[in-house]
Design a protein around this ligand. Structure first.
Ligand SMILES: [Zn+2]
Ligand SMILES: [Zn+2]
Length: 272
């Protein structure tokens, strides 16, 4: 890191200039920005900004903006139109129904999956309090989630959007990976909202899913999971069926990832 050198005074006519469309930023710079963003988000609970990152890393705002765009395109970040970070999985910059409180840090957990993942990823926050409300009846629920074992509880997680479709609208998908009081509350909510049932799992399965999913994300370099490895990961914790891009249980060759994957989905599942 070169330290905060000359942080460019925002030119009045163009505070955050638009990067030229054609110039792809240096991949090493993009990775440097990625890991900085993730580590700062992990440490503070708040999403870094383009200008903040430029200042901290001694970059021109234009370089930082181009790196943010590249990270958005590669699905390492989810940005809004003003390049604010909405989600840097498993951290969220906006409320999506979950809070995650560590000993020193408070985060918005993006969803059930992300919230349960944070204690596994943030090395000095091994135990957190995850809180949410049932989307159906608004009963409050909270669990102490640690790395040692799944939290006790009869509640169930319901994921609405199949993994192949998660990135069609990732904020909606994340916002619909919820925890309900029971199967009964899932069914009541689905019929009240006119939606198809997605996938229901126990808190134990949710914890297993979250445990290793984001491993390495605070390290550099970091390689995203490829689809085949994601399928292996899902299968390794006992998931099956087309919702996960896997064969149904007992049907070894059915339902593998294929052309059903929607536009822009092939090549990078990295869901949640
Ligand atoms: Zn409920
Ligand atoms: Zn999520």
């Amino acid at each position: 890191m070169t330290g905060p050198s000359v942080s460019e005074p925002s030119a009045p006519e163009s505070p955050v200039p638009e990067p030229p469309q054609s110039s792809a930023p240096d991949p090493r710079l993009v990775e440097r920005v990625r890991v900085h963003v993730y580590r700062e988000f992990a440490a503070t609970g708040r999403p870094p900004t383009v200008l903040g990152v430029a200042d901290r890393l001694g970059l021109r705002p234009l370089e930082a903006a181009a790196a943010f765009d590249a990270l958005h395109a590669a699905r390492h970040l989810v940005l809004d139109a003003d390049r604010r970070i909405l989600i840097a999985h498993p951290f969220a910059g906006i409320p999506l129904r979950f809070s995650v409180m560590g000993a020193r840090t408070l985060w918005w957990g993006g969803c059930a999956w992300d919230s349960f993942a944070i204690p596994h990823l943030v090395s000095d926050e091994p135990t957190v309090l995850v809180a949410t409300t049932c989307p159906n009846c608004f009963t409050p629920h909270a669990w102490v989630v640690s790395r040692d074992a799944p939290p006790a509880g009869q509640q169930v997680a319901h994921f609405l959007v199949p993994v192949a479709r998660i990135w069609d609208d990732v904020v909606r998908s994340c916002g619909n990976q919820s925890i309900f009081c029971s199967e009964g509350c899932v069914s009541a909510w689905l019929s009240a909202t006119g939606q198809e049932r997605g996938y229901v799992m126990s808190l134990e399965t949710l914890w297993l899913l979250a445990r290793g999913w984001y491993a390495g994300r605070l390290d550099t370099p970091y390689e995203r999971r490829e689809p085949t490895r994601a399928a292996e990961y899902f299968a390794s914790i006992g998931l099956s069926g087309s919702f996960w891009g896997l064969p149904d249980a007992g049907r070894p060759n059915a339902g593998l990832p294929d052309a059903e994957a929607g536009p822009g989905v092939s090549g990078s599942p990295a869901p949640s």
